[in-house]
Design a protein around this ligand. Structure first.
Ligand code: 5GP
Ligand code: ZN
Length: 114
């Protein structure tokens, strides 16, 4: 099966502005930023969505949050704060079928839904 768009980014088959990478996780700037800082943090493992998480992924998901915090610090927004969003499934508004965490920051973010 053909790789998804984010797997292609991981393989450098599609260019992106990468801000962090290690053996399990990569982070790059969203192509349509919804805030001054809008970074997508993703596992390199192709997990289609939060609903497809497996027990063996638990440590990886924990690590993603530690990486998000590191990126926030590197971007200079750790003190002011940030928002993390994961859209899941059709009702959640997920458009790309590779689990990704939106890191939004750099301004007072808009209306909260929850
Ligand atoms: P979703 O709606 O699935 O939660 O978020 C998908 C995000 O991926 C969107 O914010 C969209 O702008 C971003 N995106 C889609 N295609 C690309 C791409 O080719 N490169 C980058 N950097 N971001 C993308
Ligand atoms: Zn993928």
């Amino acid at each position: 099966m053909e790789d998804c768009i984010f797997c292609k980014i991981i393989k450098r088959e599609i260019p992106s502005d990468i801000v962090y990478e290690d053996d399990e996780i990569i982070a790059f700037k969203d192509i349509h930023p919804a805030a001054p800082i809008h970074i997508l943090v993703i596992p390199k493992k192709h997990i289609p969505s939060l609903v497809e998480l497996e027990k063996e992924d638990e440590a990886l998901i924990g690590k993603i949050y530690t990486v998000i915090n590191k990126i926030a610090e590197a971007q200079g927004v750790k003190e002011k704060g940030y928002r993390v969003i994961v859209n899941c499934g059709r009702d959640g508004g997920q458009e790309v079928g590779h689990l990704h965490f939106h890191l939004l920051a750099g301004t007072k973010l808009g209306e909260k839904i929850v």
